[in-house]
Design a protein around this ligand. Structure first.
Ligand SMILES: *[C@@H]1O[C@H](CO)[C@@H](O)[C@H](O)[C@H]1NC(C)=O
Ligand SMILES: *[C@@H]1O[C@H](CO)[C@@H](O)[C@H](O)[C@H]1NC(C)=O
Ligand SMILES: *[C@@H]1O[C@H](CO)[C@@H](O)[C@H](O)[C@H]1NC(C)=O
Ligand SMILES: [Ca+2]
Ligand SMILES: [Ca+2]
Ligand SMILES: [Ca+2]
Length: 616
């Protein structure tokens, strides 16, 4: 790396520069990767134009003004889809013979697009062995005239084919950018195997146009998509992620991400500093203060991985989405964790015609989009519908609506391992599927009558910092008895997210640790499952925030129990160094001003639980 460029440009005014010509990165003796991006500080006031000129003179691109000064180290981020290699020639944009599905009642209102009958996730009529009505229930939202108008979803990915005839009229060029090559045109880079088709496929799920004889339709077919190309360079940097997640936060409502740290079951990784700041800024200030919605694919690591080890998916500020297949089972690649909020649909059934049908590169269509990659954009589309129905929804309102309107539908007790369970206020949840599959009709209906939830507080409810050995055979059980900051100005009485911030050191095998957190109302969340591939014995967990959504709506006062144990045939050792319990939620009951339409709705059940509590 030409270190002289760095010192040459050091000063007081900060710009991000990226080497214009160099595309490779170098590796230091410590094994850390250095990329060709630098954050640069100028000694005197420099405007963007001058920074641009200086950068150009020295062989850099100016990426724009930002706030710190470090050479960016590079790391790996991967797309979350299962690719079956398929020759592009086999993919066509012509209607294929799928047989018309008969439905006299709504036939006239159904989209006429040739691939619509294959989009079982929009309308499951039992095609290819699916369960009738196990779908996103979008028709019920469309019937209310809600189709995503004036809402923009950014696809943070490998680019978007914005010239695709099914996407071009819904493309928001103004909100788009290419951070992989620093230009305003996030067009996918060509490769023979169509490796960079991922973003285009995701975009079509959100906003492919309706009734135009091309491919299928998007969940929110009158909404806009922006392309943020940011996955297609040799290594990811904190700067690229931060710039992407903070790009045009008033023009973009929803950011959809179908990628993350490697799902190899031994990685524990999450957003770096600048990216974390960008997300926090997005939820606090984006959408003119209502907050951007970040939608995340929960991961494709299957039983080997746990999405609570993925700091993006497990963040409170992202809505992480898992996938169900067309008959109500989970997909073999689904990762479980207690931070997943809800699910949508993707491939994984035996019948190969049960993939996700959507737009593909170069004007084509595909029927084989896959993985939790395909699930997250469906959720983004549903949230776009909710935002059209009620543009003043905050990022938290969207999470509350997700909890209250997602449904078990005909989802199974996944693999008989993770049973559907009722939490302390009557909300049914599942360790794999969160609160169930999204219901667009239900969400739009409730969004229309929604009143913004009361302010959120952050209560540091207690912590244990005494070093304790994790026993080889039985469990280490710790308790924190908390009043949840009662009487202070961060009092939490009705929970949203709960975090157990944990430090574990010197474990012989990190992957053999399992942890459970039990709330005062008796809800048990598995906050870490066994990861058979994780043989780390050096890093452990350092103040890692394990998150659960399962205690949503519960009252947090009382005894919280943490159970830490080894799930292993071999004797293992390790120490718990710290457990801090952090509660997030409201002081006042969140649904007080809402009137449930049905006494059997989840809203009615939780609201009644909260009212009973107040009478006590
Ligand atoms: C569209 O949304 C923007 C905010 O993103 C708002 O300012 C504008 O009024 C909306 N336009 C319409 C027609 O609703
Ligand atoms: C990131 O933030 C942490 C905590 O604030 C700090 O200790 C660390 O030095 C920061 N890292 C970088 C690369 O700035
Ligand atoms: C963990 O290992 C380090 C390095 O070997 C050692 O310094 C430290 O005392 C150990 N801590 C515990 C709790 O065993
Ligand atoms: Ca470009
Ligand atoms: Ca279409
Ligand atoms: Ca993962």
């Amino acid at each position: 790396m030409p270190k002289k460029c760095y010192s040459l440009l050091l000063g007081l005014f900060l710009f991000a520069l990226s080497l214009a010509q160099v595309t490779s990165s170098t590796s230091s003796s410590s094994g850390e990767l250095f990329t060709s991006s630098f954050l640069v500080r100028f000694k005197r006031s420099v405007d963007n134009k001058e920074a641009h000129d200086i950068a150009k003179r020295n062989g850099f691109h100016n990426i724009g003004a930002i706030h710190t000064a470090v050479q960016q180290s590079g790391f790996k981020r991967v797309k979350r889809g299962f690719r079956t290699l398929k020759s592009p020639a086999a993919i066509s944009n012509y209607p294929i013979d799928i047989g018309q599905i008969q439905d006299k009642d709504s036939a006239s209102k159904l989209p006429t697009d040739p691939y619509f009958p294959l989009q079982w996730y929009l309308r499951n009529t039992g095609q290819n062995g699916g369960k009738v009505r196990l779908d996103l229930n979008v028709q019920a939202a469309w019937d209310q005239g809600i189709t995503g108008k004036n809402v923009t979803t950014a696809i943070m990915d490998d680019g978007v084919d914005y010239m695709h005839p099914d996407l071009k009229f819904n493309y928001n060029a103004e909100a788009s950018y290419d951070f992989s090559s620093n230009d305003p045109f996030p067009y996918p880079r060509y490769t023979d195997d169509w490796f960079n088709s991922h973003g285009t496929r995701c975009a079509g799920e959100v906003a492919a146009a309706r009734d135009n004889d091309i491919c299928g339709v998007g969940v929110a077919y009158d909404s806009k998509v922006a392309g943020i190309r940011m996955l297609d360079q040799p290594y990811m940097t904190d700067l690229i992620e931060a710039n992407s997640m903070g790009h045009e936060p008033h023009k973009i409502d929803i950011y959809s991400a179908s990628w993350g740290p490697t799902d190899d079951g031994k990685t524990v990784d999450g957003p770096r500093n600048a990216t974390m700041r960008a997300i926090v800024q997005g939820v606090n200030e984006g959408r003119r203060g209502l907050g951007n919605i970040y939608v995340w694919a929960s991961g494709d690591g299957g039983e080997e991985d746990d999405c609570n080890c993925d700091g993006y998916a497990a963040s409170m500020w992202t809505i992480s989405i898992n996938s169900a297949i067309n008959d109500g089972q989970n997909a073999h690649y689904d990762e479980s964790c207690s931070s997943t909020l809800a699910s949508t649909f993707s491939n994984g059934a035996k019948d190969p015609n049960t993939g996700v049908a959507t737009t593909d590169l170069y004007g084509k269509c595909t029927t084989t989009h896959s993985g939790t990659s395909a699930a997250a954009p469906e959720a983004a589309g549903v949230f776009a519908l909710a935002l059209e129905a009620n543009p003043s929804l905050t990022w938290r309102d969207i999470q509350h609506l997700t909890v209250l309107t997602s449904k078990r539908n005909s989802l199974y007790d996944a693999k008989n391992r993770f049973h559907w369970t009722m939490n302390g206020v009557g909300l049914e949840f599942n360790h794999l599927f969160g609160f169930g599959v999204l219901d667009a009709g239900g969400m739009v209906t409730l969004a229309k009558q929604w009143r913004t939830v009361p302010p959120r507080y952050h209560c540091e409810a207690g912590s244990i910092t005494k070093l304790q050995p994790i026993p080889a055979t039985n469990s280490l059980v710790l308790k924190i008895d908390t009043n949840a900051c009662r009487g202070s100005d961060t009092e939490v009485n009705y929970l949203e997210h709960v975090q157990a911030v944990i430090t574990i050191v010197n474990t012989t095998r990190r992957g053999d640790i399992e942890m459970f957190l039990t709330s005062p109302m008796g809800t048990k969340s598995m906050i870490l499952s066994r990861r058979p591939n994780d043989d780390d014995k050096r890093d452990g967990f350092t103040k890692w925030p394990f998150m659960t959504t399962h205690t949503w709506g519960e009252y947090p006062q009382g005894k919280w129990t943490l159970e830490v144990k080894f799930n292993s045939q071999e004797p293992q050792e390790g120490w718990l160094k710290e457990w801090s319990l952090v509660l997030h939620g409201t002081k006042d009951p969140p649904y007080r001003t809402l009137s449930p339409k049905s006494p059997h709705s989840k809203l009615a059940i939780v609201k009644k639980a909260h009212e009973d509590r107040q009478k006590m």
